[in-house]
Write a protein that binds this ligand. Structure first.
Ligand code: NHX
Ligand code: ZN
Length: 587
């Protein structure tokens, strides 16, 4: 498929040509001369009916005394001038090669002039500054200076990355300074980080800070195309970039083109050609090119080693999900343009959003702003922000989903079962919210948030997590004497965690156990059986813990669940108030 704009341009040119041709033919509306034999014309001259004759090579244009126009052809060599003059006719001979440019000739040229003007205009737009034609080829969008530029002030929560990239900004601003020191200016920077951590944003900010153009394309755009087009797109992209140097070329999802080669037999596929072209272009940069390529990926492990060699993407910058301070800074950036109600504490929101990426936080604030606007509030309140968190975590409420009273009971007891086990266990994270309002796939949710971010998780924390996950199922069993399919998500999570504890973390009686080889292989059947046995033991223990907690506090389970059926949502503080003191009694 050709890009739409090329079709549009072609259709437009076709239209203009049609119109021009029509104008050319319709131009002369004056009466056409009557074609007559030369003999008749000469006879008329003899009768003094002809006033004037214009001769152009072998054609005679005659005007009669009463204004009639005639046209006649004469033989190649024969001259009629003498005879006509003799008949008193004014004779004009026009050299065919130097006809005077009459008004009608200019009119004939007008459409041509118009057409060439148009082509010139389009070529100019299609040239270096173009957004229409040449970018149709490279697919890179250029964000020109003066547009909505992004600077480092718009990027929060990734301080180290900012520091590392500040160096790139320096290179772009004052390449001379570094060159005179004999320093080699980096060609490529690889940004590594999970989705939503601001890889695109920070790249745009580098361009914004340096005041240079920013070209961006996604690796998948190279590969999606016709065979052979990927490589030529790379060529186009870099041709343009060099024309606008100094500048930034941003390639998102570089892994789409940069996956290591040689997996597929036969070799020279489309992606490989594209990758090769990219390497060729980057190797072709010299000290004066001043184009810096920033590529982003969340899968650095699959990248072709060739990309990482010196002189290519030899700088690597890691972008982690933000910690609590980072989240607070990100929230502050996004809240700049949004009115917050007095007393809204972004630090508290940052504390409740462990594991959120920058994009999640942006979403959260946007959802909160929409909610506040919809309820005609003057500013965004705490409840809007908390609902924003819930929307990002579990999706929007689905109040239209109707559940029976009995199911509502099951849901309430299931959720409170989770919550009470969490409250009872010392190593479980605090409960943030318990809700029986349906969201997305879930009929009810219990949300936890760690008191603080951590990079390590202890065995006690993991076993507490397993028991918490099983609290829902344990409550169903205890209260109704029957269980439901609803807990499948919880059960899956528990089994997964148990297996990882045995194999990955060596946290079972089995001790350090052979782990399954990463790429597909399997354990010996004997070890596999042991792993299964140990995982099941961990699950059994966790389930026993959950059951013990709930049967010991069955009265509270009933009290809180019945309350939840009425209010539908309980937050952490309300839960603490309902439970009273001394609730951490296990583990
Ligand atoms: C169904 N949903 O699929 C119905 C609509 C046991 C009270 N027939 O464990 O809602 O059964 O503590 C993300 C999160 C599927 C994705 C939860 C996909 C749950 C949720 C199944 C509560 N809360 N189960 C829970 C629940 C269900 C499901 C999910 C998901 C229920 C339970 C879902
Ligand atoms: Zn559950």
């Amino acid at each position: 498929m050709l890009p739409r704009r090329i079709w549009l341009a072609a259709a437009f040119v076709f239209f203009v040509v049609c119109v021009s041709v029509a104008i050319l033919f319709a131009r002369d509306t004056s009466p056409q001369p009557t074609v007559v034999p030369i003999s008749q014309l000469l006879n008329m001259a003899d009768r003094h009916e002809i006033a004037k004759v214009t001769i152009t090579s072998n054609t005679l244009y005659a005007t009669s005394v009463n204004g009639q126009q005639y046209q006649a052809a004469k033989e190649e060599q024969q001259t009629v001038t003498e005879q006509l003059r003799h008949d008193g006719v004014t004779v004009v001979v026009v050299d065919a090669t130097s006809r005077p440019i009459g008004a009608s000739s200019i009119a004939a040229l007008l459409p041509l002039l118009f057409l060439s003007g148009l082509i010139w205009f389009m070529m100019r737009r299609g040239g270096p500054n173009n957004q229409v034609m040449s970018f149709g080829r490279s697919g890179a969008r250029r964000f020109v200076q003066g547009g909505p530029t992004v600077t480092f002030a718009d990027v929060a929560g990734v301080e180290e990355a900012k520091q590392e990239l500040a160096e790139i900004v320096e290179f772009l601003k004052k390449p001379e300074k570094f060159r005179s020191m004999g320093a080699r200016i980096p060609k490529g920077v690889l940004l590594i980080g999970p989705p939503g951590t601001g890889k695109t944003l920070i790249s745009r900010a580098v361009a914004g800070e340096a005041g240079v153009p920013f070209f961006s394309i996604s690796g998948s755009e190279f590969v999606e195309m016709f065979v052979g087009v990927g490589a030529s797109r790379v060529r186009d992209l870099f041709r343009q970039a060099k024309r606008h140097a100094p500048c930034i070329v941003f390639i998102d999802e570089i892994d789409a083109v940069g996956r290591h080669r040689g997996n597929n037999v036969g070799g020279h596929d489309e992606r490989e050609q594209t990758l090769n072209q990219l390497l060729v272009e980057m190797d072709g940069f010299d000290a004066n090119t001043n184009v810096i390529v920033i590529a982003a990926t969340n899968r650095p492990d699959v990248l072709d080693q060739a990309l990482l060699r010196p002189g290519r993407f030899d700088r690597r910058v890691m972008l982690d999900p933000p910690d609590i301070n980072g989240r607070r800074a990100i929230l502050e950036v996004h809240a700049r343009s949004k009115p917050l109600a007095p007393g809204v504490d972004l630090a508290a929101i940052a504390q409740q959003t462990s594991g959120f990426s920058g994009a999640d936080l942006a979403n959260l604030l946007n959802e909160a702003a929409i909610l506040a606007a919809r309820s005609d509030k003057p500013a965004i309140g705490r409840e809007d922000l908390e609902e924003g968190i819930m929307r990002v975590v579990a999706g929007p409420e689905r109040r239209s989903r109707v559940v029976t009273e009995y199911e509502k009971s099951i849901i309430a007891y299931h959720e409170v079962g989770h919550a009470l086990v969490m409250k009872a266990l010392k190593h479980a994270h605090p409960v943030q919210k318990v809700s029986i309002i349906s969201r997305g796939q879930a009929l009810g949710v219990t949300v936890q948030a760690p008191k603080e971010d951590s990079y390590l998780t202890s065995r006690a924390q993991l076993t507490a997590r397993m028991a918490s996950l099983l609290g829902g199922r344990a409550a169903e069993e205890l209260i109704f004497g029957d269980v439901t399919t609803g807990a499948r998500q919880d059960l899956e999570a528990v089994c997964d965690l148990a297996r990882r504890m045995v194999t990955e973390f060596a946290m079972s009686e089995l001790g350090v156990v052979a782990t399954p080889p990463r790429d597909g292989g399997s354990l010996s059947s004997e070890i596999a059986a042991n792993v299964d046995r140990e995982a099941m033991r961990l699950i059994d223990q966790a389930f026993a813990t959950a059951r013990a907690i709930l049967s010991e506090r069955r009265d509270k389970l009933v009290e809180v669940a019945e309350h939840l059926k009425k209010v539908e949502t309980i937050n952490g503080d309300e839960l603490d108030a309902l439970l009273g003191p001394d609730w951490t009694f296990f583990g």
